[in-house]
Design a protein around this ligand. Structure first.
Ligand code: SF4
Length: 368
């Protein structure tokens, strides 16, 4: 969803929700949850803030939340506490009888917005001219439904940060090359781990509609879309050097949405679940610098008082768009549901949903 359409769809919540105290809002949400009972399901992404996550019926990454929402057929109202593309995936994987709500329509994702469908179709035409029918498109689940649909229609698949290596391996059994949307860093880190050289990776620039690559195109195996996560790009080599200097025994663990050079210098890299599990399993007294979203890092710190844990970047802020979901918007959204109003519903058009589902199912079938 573009920034413009996001703003157009957003309903400004009445002022009085913003004037209520935290306690009043918590009471309101708790009571609404009680009244709606099993008709309501609130999935909460790992990066949501504590004031919201305390009301989540389940927490996890975007795909798990969408899958669990679809399995919970008793729930008519899925109030997705995450960002727009996640709510779209939930809508695609839930039944016709379930409605998916996003408490604040401005909760988008800058990475997903870096690949729009017009840019992607233009790129595809040009890439086919250069490479012929040798490319399979793959998209990180952090992308719009329209991009997932494009990928599904062109026989490709979605990937998560947990299964990216498996899915890229699968893709190379289908075609000679892959186009990896929209996160260049996850694409580069994944392909590199599978033995693809950096000199075999080109970058597609969607702003200039050009392929950035110095050399003979026949060498290219991976075409990386020039997108990134504005949160994870903020972890730098300098951050790593500073941690190594101040805490020589500290382990550094980062998300693969970080730049290649940051991943290279870290001790470990993996999805949010991988990071959570690694810290969980580590010895009491161990020390960690974590390179991922700040709300999650803070929660990990609170859950492990027996370990010394810091953010890899001491000046890191939470993901701004994730943070749009707050108690006032959650309380307002539940009130609208109880009033029988269809405010902030996420509904993906059928033709887009059907093709996007193909891309998701290729991955899910493979995983099962
Ligand atoms: S953390 Fe990055 S990828 Fe996740 S929602 Fe925020 S901008 Fe998007």
């Amino acid at each position: 969803m573009s920034i413009l359409s996001t703003l157009q769809e957003q309903i400004i919540i009445p002022d009085h929700y913003l004037q209520l105290s935290q306690e009043e809002l918590e009471t309101k949400v708790a009571e609404a949850k009680k009244r709606l009972g099993s008709r309501l399901f609130i999935p909460g992404h790992h990066y949501q803030k504590d004031e919201v996550i305390q009301f989540a019926d389940t927490t996890g990454d975007s795909l798990k939340l969408a899958q669990v929402s679809g399995e919970n057929t008793e729930a008519e109202f899925i109030v997705f506490c995450g960002v727009h593309f996640m709510a779209e995936t939930a809508d695609i994987l839930t039944t016709e009888k379930q409605k998916v709500f996003l408490p604040d329509m401005r909760a988008g994702c800058s990475m997903a917005d870096m690949a729009d469908i017009d840019q992607t179709e233009r790129a595809w035409t040009k890439l086919q001219e250069i490479f012929g029918d040798t490319i399979l498109p793959l998209t990180y689940v952090n992308s719009t439904a329209a991009i997932k649909s494009f990928v599904g229609e062109n026989k490709g698949t979605t990937v998560t940060s947990s299964n990216a290596e498996t899915m890229v391996k699968w893709a190379f059994n289908q075609k000679e090359r892959i186009l990896f949307l929209p996160d260049q860093h996850l694409g580069r880190n994944t392909a590199y781990n599978l033995g693809v050289g950096l000199d075999e990776m080109a970058v597609w620039n969607p702003i200039t509609d050009t392929l950035e690559y110095d050399g003979d195109y026949s060498k290219v195996k991976v075409i990386l879309w020039k997108g990134h996560c504005s949160v994870h790009e903020n972890f730098t080599v300098k951050n790593i050097q500073e941690v190594r200097k101040s805490y020589p025994d500290m382990s550094i663990i980062v998300h693969p949405e970080c730049r290649r050079e940051v991943v290279e210098l870290s001790d470990a890299a993996g999805s949010t679940n991988y990071i959570i599990n690694a810290i969980e399993k580590s010895e009491p007294g161990s020390s960690w610098a974590i390179g991922t979203e700040m709300n999650l890092v803070k929660r990990i710190i609170q859950s492990h008082p027996d370990k010394h844990i810091i953010s890899l970047n001491p000046h890191m802020c939470p993901c701004l768009t994730m943070n749009r979901i707050d108690l006032p918007h959650l309380a307002w959204c539940l009130d609208r549901i109880e009033a029988g109003e269809d405010a902030n519903i996420i509904k993906v058009e059928d033709n887009i949903a059907n093709n996007a589902k193909l891309a998701l199912e290729r991955m899910l079938t493979f995983n099962n």
